[in-house]
Every structure is written in C-alpha cells, then in structure tokens.
Write a new protein. Sequence first.
Length: 95
Amino acid sequence: MDEETRYMRVIGVFVRELRQRAGPTQTKLADRMGSTKPTFSRWERGLSCPTLWEMRTFAQAIGVAFSRICEETETVAASTNVRTHSTSSTGPGHL
C-alpha cells in the first residue's frame, strides 16, 4: 500500500471516530455540512480525503475546534508513520 492510500485510510478512521463521538449519522452530519452521505462514506472508508475547507466545516458541524482537529490529525499520522506534507493535490497536502 502506498503512503497516500495509507494516509487516506488513517484520516478516514479519524473522521469516523470523531463523527461517532459527536453522535450524528453520516446523513445528518452531511446535511449540516451541505455535503452528501456518499462523500462522507468515501472519507470514512479512506477512498478520498476531505479538503482543509471540508475539515473546517466538519469541525464546526461537530462542535470541535478546527485547530484541535489539525493537531489530532498530526498525532494520528505520526503514530502511523505517515507524512503529512506533500505537494500532491489529492493526498497528504489536502489533509
């Protein structure tokens, strides 16, 4: 598995855990964010990665400070040996 795929899976697990802690279903949270359930499902399964703007909106929707999500993302990525900096527009640079 390449690093970008590993990163998207790590972020997916992280997004799912945060959503589940906050309580709403994918559908309810997607509605709050102006997104869709399939988009959320792709994030949580590690098939795509949310943009920074989407993560900011996600943080607001679950009532968590965006800075906390950024810090936790770094911690999660570091614990799995995934780099969080890249010039790729679809991978780690996106979050």
